[in-house]
Design a binder for this molecule. Structure first.
Ligand SMILES: O=C(O)CCC(=O)C(=O)O
Ligand SMILES: [Fe+2]
Length: 289
């Protein structure tokens, strides 16, 4: 089985174990998020078959003609739904979305346990949430293009919500720079796992105790590159967990700690970041006219 430089954790005992077992998993999760902002989770309550079905649906979606897909192009940063040239956010995966949502609430509840927050803190913050299941398709492309300056399959970024659940196929190319030093480490695909990363709002809420990880997608390992220098297609699915629009994210301080971030409104934060990410297609106001 492939291994990675990042912690790999079974979530089983958090889902079905005793209070003591739950707490032990929660602490490991917190430690991974504190040190790396990144964890591989195993036994998280979504079956291999369900994940395979999600990838099959994604493949079918992207195989449709471009004209059909562009009809659903993202046109409003506040709604933040639609096809974009980099990938797509599509409906039709409700079942999976619900499962991913339950998993994210569990993961956040585990963190709440260690952060001494009310156990319902995150389920309340997500009560009217509109999380997004993003289906990503990276088309086959020449390696020399991806590796030229300023190019990548997805450029280095942090995610801007609370956390992200990520399912990737076995192609590879996802890389993480946990310490923001410019040193990217492969986040190798590991069968039967999903990756969970901390995103900006959780970093702000924890006053930097949890790390929002810089990541990118670039060329996979050389053995995956064709003799013609072409990178194979790559599919992944990201599930972005974001609080309800009316929630204020104000850093939770420990005794004597200085506040590192101003409070932000989650709804405005999401619209602002979506508008910024898609400025090319939405224009400066975040709405296509
Ligand atoms: O495709 C991937 O593995 C990463 C996708 C990602 O980072 C994103 O959509 O924010
Ligand atoms: Fe990301």
């Amino acid at each position: 089985m492939a291994t990675s430089s990042f912690p790999l954790l079974s979530f089983q005992e958090f889902l079905t174990g005793s209070e003591v077992e739950k707490r032990a998993v929660a602490q490991k999760l917190y430690n991974a998020f504190h040190t790396y902002g990144w964890v591989y989770l195993q036994d998280f309550g979504i079956s291999k078959e369900e994940i395979a079905e999600m990838f099959a649906m994604s493949k079918k979606y992207f195989e449709r003609p471009l004209e059909a897909k562009v009809r659903d192009t993202l046109n409003d940063a506040e709604t933040n739904q639609g096809y974009t040239p980099d990938g797509a956010e599509a409906n039709g995966g409700t079942d999976h979305k619900e499962k991913c949502f339950n998993l994210s609430v569990n993961v956040l509840q585990a963190l709440a346990m260690v952060m001494d927050l009310d156990m319902n803190y995150f389920s309340s913050a997500l009560a009217k949430a509109d999380p997004q299941l993003r289906l990503l398709y990276y088309m086959p492309i020449e390696r020399s293009i991806i590796e030229s300056a300023g190019h990548a399959r997805i450029i280095p970024h942090t995610d801007f919500g609370l956390c992200t659940l990520l399912f990737q196929d076995n192609v590879g190319g996802l890389e993480v720079d946990p310490f923001h030093t410019g040193e990217f480490v492969p986040a190798t695909p590991i069968e039967g796992t999903c990756v969970i990363n901390v995103a900006d709002l959780l970093q702000r809420l924890s006053n930097d105790r949890l790390r929002s990880t810089l990541h990118r997608v670039t060329s996979p390992p050389l053995e995956k590159v064709g003799s013609d220098g072409m990178l194979p297609a790559r599919y992944s699915t990201a599930f972005f967990v974001h609080p309800s629009a009316d929630v204020e994210i104000d850093p939770i301080l420990r005794d004597g700690e200085a506040k590192k971030y101003e409070s932000v409104n989650a709804g405005k934060w999401r619209t602002m970041n979506t508008a910024k990410n898609y400025a090319n297609i939405l224009g400066p106001d975040g709405v296509k006219v």
